[in-house]
Design a protein around this ligand. Structure first.
Ligand code: ASP
Ligand code: MG
Length: 439
């Protein structure tokens, strides 16, 4: 018996599902070369937003009914198995209406319905186009996550045997699995979502488990650009990135990738390709680093707040940084960035964490006679790319003027600037590090 060829995992985002004809053509092109395909699908565009809305207060029956109708309208021609999911969603929403407070596992059950509807809808459309798909729901398949509802992590070891068995069985019968992204089944056996944009992460994990020859994340319009095109008009596609560069990019706020997407691919040496459905020339390949390659991309995180903690005689006070971080973590305050000098600690955090942070640090300001000032409104602009420290000399003065903090590794260089200057700094740094191409 010949060994089955390694499959390609194709993940289609909500917006790329608008055009099932293109999706079918994409799948056909790969299958024509004798390579098996596994599809991972997000919810249709806007559906996860509608479901998120349905979980907000006030939770009224008429509002839920309107949301259900809108979701139904976005899945025309749903086959019977898919229609069952609409009914299930209606039942879940009545449960939401009866449930006081926030119930994270219930919320995840509601949110997962978008992807379930999508795979049934897409499989039916693909069937009409001559590429019949078999809908697969990831929790039933055995994609196992931890119990962190709303932001869970996939447990690769636990998921491996069942996911491989289930998908290989379908592939062996010549079927095209169309798997839900965005969620799995928790260790407690409940539905758990991976956080917004989590279908990329699910696709990377499934690719890693199957030993896929590559995982393609198909976006409607763009691949990975040198900056958000809404901020920087001459942002351009980045053809290649190392896993580490892509990871920094996702962590520093490039919304094009879910932050956990890279790790399973890196750990299993699987190439990720982010590409545009509209324009086949726009592709970003994410793989091991290649010497001599220079990539630069910029991100901006905002709005953020900066607090300054002055510790008199800081250097003579061993353990002060540890004490500050322990107190913050005890109050569940997550630092976005920390800048330190001997007597000054600058803490950058999300706006909603300012009050808990001040509360957490009260003992330090009282007992250690430290002084806290702020919050100041800031944005963090980050330049990413191996060897980025070599670019220090090319950073224009206007970028650094009035900066509130600075941090750098050989791969990511971040500057905290007053919030109002964030966009300008981003554009100026882009011009300096990624000069416009000669026309
Ligand atoms: N549908 C989910 C979301 O919109 C997951 C995804 O699109 O990746 O966040
Ligand atoms: Mg989506």
């Amino acid at each position: 018996m010949t060994r089955a060829r390694a499959p390609v995992v194709l993940k289609f985002g909500g917006a790329s599902l608008e055009d099932p004809g293109r999706v079918a053509a994409d799948i056909r092109a790969i299958e024509a070369a004798g390579v098996p395909v596994v599809v991972v699908a997000s919810a249709r565009d806007g559906v996860t937003d509608l479901l998120t809305d349905a979980l907000q207060r006030p939770r009224s029956r008429p509002r839920h009914r309107a949301i259900l109708e809108e979701i139904e309208r976005r899945h025309p021609g749903l086959p019977l198995a898919g229609r069952r999911h609409l009914h299930r969603l209606a039942r879940l929403l009545s449960e939401v209406e009866r449930t006081p407070g926030r119930d994270a596992p219930l919320a995840d059950r509601v949110l997962s319905q978008g992807e379930r509807l999508a795979v049934h809808w897409l499989s039916a459309r693909l069937g009409e186009l001559g590429v019949p798909g078999t809908p697969v729901e990831a929790d039933h398949l055995g994609l196992i996550t931890d119990n962190a509802y709303g932001a869970s992590c996939i447990l690769l070891d636990r998921s491996g045997p069942a996911v491989r068995r289930g998908l290989h069985r379908l592939l062996a019968r010549g079927r095209l699995p169309v798997v839900t992204g965005y969620f799995g089944r928790s260790l407690e056996g409940r539905v758990a979502t991976l956080g917004r944009g989590g279908s990329d992460y699910a696709a990377a994990a499934i690719g890693a488990l199957l030993g896929a020859s590559r995982v393609e994340l198909v976006k409607r319009h763009v691949a990975v650009l040198s900056a958000d095109p809404r901020e920087v008009a001459d942002a351009r596609p980045i053809p290649e990135l190392s896993y580490e560069e892509a990871e920094e990019l996702a962590q520093f706020g490039a919304r094009v990738l879910h932050p956990l997407t890279i790790e399973p691919a890196r750990a299993h040496g699987i190439t990720l390709r982010v590409r545009s459905l509209d324009d086949p020339a726009v592709v970003t390949t994410i793989s091991p680093p290649r010497p001599g390659r220079r990539n630069r991309a910029l991100t901006i995180l905002r709005p953020l707040r900066l607090l300054r903690l002055r510790v008199p005689g800081g250097r003579q006070r061993p353990g002060i940084v540890a004490e500050v971080s322990e107190r913050l973590s005890a109050h569940r305050v997550n630092l976005v960035q920390l800048y330190t000098s001997s007597a000054l600690l600058c803490l950058v955090l999300d706006p909603h964490q300012v009050v808990p942070a001040i509360r957490a640090l009260a003992p330090v300001t009282r007992d250690a006679a430290a002084m806290l000032d702020g919050p100041y409104r800031v944005a963090i602009v980050t330049a990413i790319g191996d060897g980025v420290l070599d670019d220090l000399a090319t950073i224009p003065e206007s970028v650094v003027a009035g900066a509130e903090g600075f941090s750098a590794t050989p791969r990511a260089l971040s500057i905290a600037v007053p919030l109002a200057r964030g966009s300008r700094v981003l554009r100026e740094l882009h011009r300096a590090l990624i000069p416009p191409e000669p026309t």
